[in-house]
Design a protein around this ligand. Sequence first.
Ligand SMILES: Cc1ncc(COP(=O)(O)O)c(C=O)c1O
Length: 367
Amino acid sequence: MTAEDLAHHGDAEATPGLVDLAVNVRRDPMPSWLAEPIAATLHDLAGYPDAGPATAAVAARHHRPAAEVLLTAGAAQGFVLLAQALRDARRPVVVHPQFTEPEAALRAAGHRVERVLLPAGTGFRLDPALVPPDADLVFVGNPTNPTSVLHPAADVAALARPGRVLVVDEAFADTTGPGEPESLASRRDLPGLVVLRSLTKTWGLAGLRIGYLLAAADLITRLAAAQPLWAVSTPALAAATACAGPRAVAAERDIAVRLAADRDHLVDRLRALPGVTVAGRPASAFVLINVAGADRVRLALRERGYAVRRGDTFPGLGADWLRVAVRDTATTDGFVATLAEVLADTGPATGAGPGRPDGPDGRTEDA
Ligand SMILES: Cc1ncc(COP(=O)(O)O)c(C=O)c1O
């Protein structure tokens, strides 16, 4: 039996009163350079939004012309626009495990979706050879939610080719360290490349709904035609402008450096627990772990005050996976101590484990 559920998201698990390690949105107070321009728009909401200045700011940030940017109501709207505007795709493929909304949006638009499953045995690393050569619409996440794996830019770029639209979900790219080493956001030479970005995660703006697509101008025109009029609100546009500036980019770098230290701490503590295996080489704001009886462990953690994200709803992950958000070291220490107690209470590990290093090859299947 599978617990797979494309519509399940971490916010369903982060119920009030629990320490939230289920949702990957940063919770720090908003800096004034971001809060003030958003607040200023509240005095001027009578007019319809003008996306022009924010589009220009985002384009400048990524060294592209404005015609190669489409602002969206969150990255989630980007998936819907792609699925709807590219209905003529014959062989859409989603590389899993990854965020479930791309596949959900494709299916909702009537596409028949194929999956490429990256195996745990190879640390969920992307192998471009697993993607069928005639796939004409391909979705991959980098870094990938929920595995936290950051694929080399060259491996992702190897998937681009004439006749194919390659969608790279970079919603977490700004968490991967100074300079976003594996980002393709500024690459204009790759045919059919669409890079999708979100301001939700690092800037704690899930409620505002702001993200964007970067692609060649002709593709942006097609995607824009599928978008509702005035889809991005004036406050969201103000956030996009502020987050595209040099101050924001510098702040992102500092946040990513601190995050890396907090992540190392979490990974070290988790690796010290018998029965817990950390997947791959985590590179983002969360860590994927394998632990036998993960469902029991998750429920026992809830009873002791901690929410973590179940892994079994992601295609390609089995029953023994949990996703844990990176938090400050004090929160991590409290969490890991509680996890150790839970593991001691729930007995020895009996699960299948995360796959042998020489585990099975990735496979393709119809969804
Ligand atoms: C990998 C990934 N991409 C995109 C999104 C959607 O982000 P947004 O809030 O911008 O719609 C999420 C949200 O959880 C995500 O995890």
